[in-house]
Design a protein around this ligand. Structure first.
Ligand code: UDP
Ligand code: G50
Length: 473
């Protein structure tokens, strides 16, 4: 394929808008950017570049990016080397929060990179909002934000500076977002209760800066978040909020190169051998390990439920995939006792493939937003088990949309008690037997497909966005 000639500004001469995507760190932030890149490039006629911030925190991220560029040669790769960053200023901070900070402090280097690329529009991650928008303004390039979490979390983010002003001097309590809903104190991301937390500083700066974005893309769709997006657009939470484009669920990029197909645990073969809708799939995302005591209760709960299960265990305590250490983690004799009906692995699984497998009947999820959208896409009911960050807010969306169940009294990270195996097992049993819930979840899958199909609400939003980029070209 011949590469189109460049105009003096660097924009592609064939009249297509050149959209430059600037993702942030972590799979939960990279994955939706890859999906957006493919949708804009393959479906909506844009010329797309993806800024590749090097080095990545994890090898999963690097492999994911390499797979994307391999599978979609039309998507251009713009390497960006991070400036040196001294993390000792933030002892004990989370590796991903530190990387957000390192990218933010590399901001002066974005100017030259973007000038060379000749962008007609930018889309950056919400974690980089306040540093990328001024660079884009200076260059007169419209800057949009891809919000990688729920619209509910977007409304909290948008309203948070106002909340802080109105409640100066007191700690964070329930946050009642005008025209949207009340987010109880217990659901506010843990870090935000500490004004001196690295994450809080970034969050507040980004929140203040959101109103200066040209537009905000959210990975959601009407059946999940319609009222929240409508309220934001009506200006009840914050006046003159930028246009919000609900473009989700951004669809998985089906390519063996992107979906690094290692499958060491042969979980697909295992799933193939199980009856329809009989398996409980348990995965808490890529970011955090679960506390040892909570892991043991989860194990007890899955065992007591009597159901088949596929459980992806992530633990920083153990980093090799051998049964001896897993058995230490999950309790003596557990793996032997559940051998016939449970598959436990510490390996990365292709969650998309698992969720769309017909043997899966329930997803016990931490409610990272990508996981929620993937469950909705596949029509699989979710038992919400939020652990940290935006996950309780997202769990609220899951419950309100009818995608699943969230017991909001259950503990999360930082609380001094854990959810018992008995409580977990009761919920799993009840949900596996709930035909109404199963039907509602399945209907959300149908609604998700309709939203992204040609002419659907999310399809039209993304087409509108592409037109806006074209107008800026
Ligand atoms: N994921 C996966 N396999 C795993 C763990 C995670 O494919 O074993 C994917 C998952 O499908 C999702 C992303 O990694 O697309 C995780 O994002 P999410 O927002 O759900 O949670 P986070 O990892 O950011 O907490
Ligand atoms: C991680 C986390 C908490 C959390 C989020 C995380 C979000 C919410 C959106 O990714 O995605 C958001 C993040 C950072 C920011 C502004 C908005 O500066 O532990 O809420």
């Amino acid at each position: 394929e011949a590469s189109p000639a460049m105009t003096s500004s660097g924009d592609v001469a064939d009249g297509r808008p050149h959209v430059v995507l600037i993702p942030s760190a972590g799979m939960g932030h990279l994955v939706p950017f890859g999906r957006l890149a493919v949708a804009l490039s393959s479906v909506h006629g844009c010329d797309v570049s993806v800024v590749t911030v090097l080095p990545t925190v994890s090898t999963a991220e690097l492999k994911h990016l390499e797979g994307l560029f391999d599978a979609f040669p039309a998507i251009r790769r713009l390497d960006f080397q991070l400036a040196a960053f001294d993390a000792s200023e933030f002892p004990g901070a989370d590796a991903f929060f530190l990387r957000f900070e390192a990218i933010r402090r590399s901001a002066p280097l974005f100017g030259p990179l973007l000038a060379g690329a000749g962008a007609s529009a930018l889309v950056t991650d919400v974690t980089l909002t306040s540093i990328v928008i001024p660079v884009a303004k200076e260059m007169r390039i419209p800057c949009h934000i891809l919000f990688t979490s729920s619209a509910a979390m977007l409304s909290l983010c948008a309203y948070f500076p106002t909340y802080l002003e109105d409640n100066a001097g007191s700690g964070i309590g329930d946050v009642d977002i005008p025209g949207v809903f009340r987010i109880p104190k217990a659901s506010i991301p843990q870090a935000l209760h500490d004004p001196n937390h690295l994450f809080t500083g970034q969050f507040v700066e980004n929140s203040r800066s959101l109103a200066n974005a040209a537009g905000i893309l959210v990975n959601t769709f009407d059946a999940l978040d319609l009222e929240t997006v409508a309220a934001l657009q009506q200006g009840s939470a914050v006046s003159s909020f930028p246009p919000v484009f609900s473009v989700g669920p951004l669809l998985p990029v089906c390519s063996p190169a992107v979906n690094e197909a290692k499958n060491p645990a042969n979980y697909i073969e295992w799933l193939d051998a199980q009856p329809a809708r009989s398996v409980v799939y348990v995965n808490f995302g890529s970011r955090k390990a679960i506390l040892g005591v909570q892991l043991k209760e989860l194990a007890a709960g899955l065992e007591a439920s009597g159901h088949r299960f596929l459980w992806v265990v992530k633990s920083t305590v153990v980093d090799k995939d051998d049964a001896a250490e897993l058995s230490e983690l999950l309790g003596e004799g557990f793996l032997e006792r559940v051998q016939k009906r449970g598959l436990v692995t510490k390996a990365w699984v292709e969650q998309e493939e698992v969720l769309k497998h017909e043997s899966v009947g329930l997803f016990v999820s931490h409610c990272g937003w990508n996981s929620v959208t993937e469950a909705a896409t596949s029509g699989v009911p979710v038992l919400a088990f939020p652990r940290m960050g935006d996950q309780r807010v997202n769990a609220g969306v899951v419950a309100r949309a009818g995608l699943g169940v969230w017991v909001d009294s259950w503990s999360w990270e930082g609380e001094d008690w854990v959810v018992s195996g008995e409580d977990l097992s009761e919920k799993v049993k009840a949900m596996m037997a709930d035909e109404v819930l199963r039907k509602t979840a399945a209907s959300l899958g149908v609604a998700a497909a309709a939203a992204v199909a040609n002419g659907g609400s999310s399809y039209r939003c993304l087409a509108d966005f592409a037109r806006l980029c074209l107008a800026a070209t």
